[in-house]
Design a protein around this ligand. Structure first.
Ligand SMILES: Nc1ncnc2c1ncn2[C@@H]1O[C@H](COP(=O)(O)OP(=O)(O)O)[C@@H](O)[C@H]1O
Ligand SMILES: N[C@@H](CCOP(=O)(O)O)C(=O)O
Length: 321
């Protein structure tokens, strides 16, 4: 359960009262998530999500996230919309943390995605990339190549306690990407964390996208690589080509990839596996005492990385050209 910051009942009620969303009836810590503290709010007017932003979210980035959700929602994407308080502000502070209330989205995330789900995600990812056009703000991806070495250094030799030889394996990967990371690809707003837990479905139809707190300005194909990693592998770390095909076809039904993106896909998949291996590794080694959180397994991404190391070209992910 990801609740790092507890909020006293009277403090919570006074906070919610400023938003004109009706009297607070109940506030429950949410069991999912690892990054921020999330509460489900029931008020006399409806259901909302309260987020208290924790360690990895920098306060100066919050205006970007809030404006982005509003921009995407205004363009028809079903994502949370920030609720404004009586002064018109979406961002505030609660229990010593930056905080915001956003609208609640209906739908369920899938634990075992099918090829149909993968196709839906591919299509929605491309729609998100298109909807981001014209967004006036930029945010550098803090978790792209320059951010990886500091994470590896933070883990240090303790990485080998998680898996023998991991520290050396990780450093070799970082050096490879520092030398030859794909440049000049089509870029814009990317979600950068569109894992199954951040996508809602009603039946087989994708109904909404949440958790824009890693969103940034980066290569669209890198976002696709993140999704191939998080949606198209089986529990035994084998890549499911049918799911890969479905995701890529779904994406290209909206936004066809250019040749440079096709050629870059293996490096982007390999790099994005490393990125999640690194953040998971650091989190695994640094669970805050008393925090109600279950850290994700870093070795899941070590196994995915091993697959990418054997890949020849984008056809190995299911691209049919
Ligand atoms: N706008 C929303 N509508 C419905 N449920 C939400 C919304 N935002 C978050 N949640 C719920 O809270 C959980 C954690 O949210 P998430 O943003 O993924 O947390 P974190 O960024 O801390 O990992 C989600 O899995 C979902 O169940
Ligand atoms: N998706 C990341 C962790 C971030 O968690 P989220 O709940 O904010 O999506 C991972 O799986 O490592």
């Amino acid at each position: 359960m990801a609740v790092y910051t507890e909020v006293a009942d009277d403090e919570m009620a006074a906070f919610v009262a400023r938003y004109g969303i009706g009297e607070l009836l109940a506030a429950k810590g949410i069991a999912e998530g690892v990054e921020n503290s999330n509460y489900l709010l029931h008020t006399k007017q409806g259901v909302y999500i309260l987020t208290l932003y924790e360690k990895r979210v920098k306060a100066e980035d919050l205006p970007f996230f809030v404006a982005l959700m509003q921009h995407l929602a205004d363009r028809g994407l079903n994502c949370p919309v920030p609720v404004r308080d009586s002064r018109g502000e979406a961002l505030s502070r609660l229990a010593g943390r930056p905080a915001a209330i956003v609208t609640f989205l209906d739908g369920l995330s899938v634990k075992r995605p099918s090829a149909v789900h993968c196709a839906e995600v591919g299509r929605s990812l491309a729609l998100l990339h298109q909807a981001g056009e014209g967004f006036g703000m930029e945010r550098v991806n803090a978790l792209s190549v320059p951010g990886w070495r500091p994470l590896a250094e933070q883990a240090g030799a303790d990485a080998d306690k998680v898996s023998p030889g991991l520290a050396k394996r990780v450093m070799a990967e970082i050096e490879r990407h520092e030398r030859s990371w794909p440049q000049g690809l089509p870029s814009g707003v990317i979600h950068a964390d569109l894992f199954p837990n951040n996508v809602f479905f009603i039946g087989d139809k994708l109904s909404g996208l949440i958790d824009f707190y890693f969103a940034c300005t980066d290569a669209f194909a890198y976002d696709l690589a993140i999704c191939l990693n998080s949606w198209c592998f089986e529990a035994d770390a084998s890549f499911n080509l049918t799911k890969g095909q479905a995701m890529l076809a779904g994406y290209e039904s909206v936004r066809p990839l250019i040749q440079a993106e096709v050629e870059a896909l293996p490096a982007l998949c390999r790099g994005s596996a490393l990125r999640f291996l690194l953040t998971r590794l650091v989190d695994w080694l640094n669970v805050p005492p008393g925090a109600l959180v279950k850290p994700h397994d870093p070795l899941e991404y070590d196994r995915k990385l091993a697959f990418h190391q054997r890949v020849g070209d984008a056809r190995d992910y299911g691209l049919k050209r």
